[in-house]
Design a binder for this molecule. Structure first.
Ligand code: UDP
Ligand code: MG
Length: 333
């Protein structure tokens, strides 16, 4: 037992969406690790509107080990918001976020803590390989990161997922970011601080299938790019200027031709092409502007990021950002 073991409190935040079969195994594997690493610890589940037995399972786990706690959101808000809720409720000096499906090995936690003790405020576990994902998903993922790196004003931590450790000050920084479209990978690196990556092997999902389908992933990628880059907004302006210049040059050419050679063709096809092209560009740029206006609209409404429906062993959830949280009754068993 080292001094470091006593000196701090450790929180493990786990977003949960229909993971009933995985929770007991996760707690069983986490508990011995935590007991070794920290005197004070908690496992904080954020039930993201599960429709299965997850919450009941958590209650049972809480009865056996009061340091297993939870907040339960009133519906499925998505993993990103669930994590934000978890950060609001976590008490630890160090907070580790990990998945419920044991793809993030609990045995890695000491490794993350070691780097934290070295003075890093953000320690991200880096996926060494993505063999567990199909080639198509991997291809799309690579494409997304490629595009993001070229467009984004924020560089993402390489190969970092949601298995990360944050120091209290990084947690407080993340809590200040009250945006609705939450692309956490971007936020994690946007907050800055001394960061370091630790490679790890992604495990197999214990039970069930990935909660992400292509539609959800596409939505996620789109959120990421539009939240962290204004290039999609600007690129249409450049294209518009370029095409307009081309149109002016063409017009001059036709004028000169009419003056010196005479009108050879009525020019009808050219007109049609030009008009259609410009109309297309205008529609695209309008679409992009609409996208951002949609975002402004969402931000202006200032809805609470989530609504806590129930708390298990958690006293208060006090978000720094956004509207005050709904006060929900404490769960009693
Ligand atoms: N998750 C969540 N809300 C959702 C989808 C997923 O809280 O709407 C949780 C899920 O329970 C798991 C983690 O996020 O703990 C990662 O989900 P999953 O394993 O399905 O994603 P993948 O490993 O395929 O990226
Ligand atoms: Mg998973």
């Amino acid at each position: 037992m080292s001094d470091a073991r006593r000196a701090f409190q450790l929180s493990i935040v786990v977003p949960v969406f229909n993971e009933a079969e995985n929770l007991t195994a996760l707690v069983a594997r986490l508990t011995p690790v935590l007991a070794r690493e920290a005197e004070e610890w908690e496992i904080l589940f954020v039930d993201d509107g599960s429709t299965d037995e997850s919450l009941a399972r958590i209650r049972r786990l809480n009865a056996g080990e009061p340091r297993v706690r939870a907040i339960s959101l009133s519906r499925n808000f998505g993993k990103e918001v669930a994590i934000a809720a978890g950060l609001d409720a976590a008490r630890g000096d160090a907070v580790v976020i990990m998945d419920a499906d044991l793809q993030h090995p609990p045995e890695m936690v000491p490794e993350l803590l070691k780097r934290w003790r070295d003075g890093h405020a953000v320690v991200y576990a880096q996926r060494r390989d993505r063999a567990y994902e199909g080639p198509m998903k991997r291809g799309f993922t690579r494409l997304f990161y490629e595009i993001f790196a070229r467009l984004g004003e924020t560089q993402l931590h390489e190969e970092a997922g949601d298995f990360q450790l944050f120091d209290r000050k990084a947690v407080e920084a993340l809590r200040l970011l009250g945006e609705r479209a939450r692309f956490s990978k971007g936020l994690y690196s946007w907050i800055g601080f001394k960061s370091v990556g630790v490679p790890f092997e992604v495990g197999e999902r214990l039970h069930g299938k990935s909660r992400y389908n292509y539609r959800k992933l596409l939505h996620f990628a789109w959120d990421g790019i539009t939240s962290f880059s204004t290039v999609p907004l600007r690129v249409w302006t450049y294209l518009g200027v370029f095409i307009s210049l081309g149109a002016v040059i063409t017009a001059i050419y036709f004028l000169l031709e009419a003056l010196f050679v005479g009108v050879r063709t009525p020019g009808f096809p050219t007109l049609i092409v030009a008009v259609t092209l410009l109309a297309g560009v205008q529609l695209m740029s309008l679409g992009m502007i609409g996208e951002y206006i949609g975002r402004i609209f969402a931000e202006v409404k200032r809805r609470p990021l989530y609504i806590v429906a129930e708390r298990v062993g958690v006293e208060v959830v006090k978000p720094l950002s956004g509207a005050p949280p709904t006060v929900a009754p404490r769960h009693k068993d």
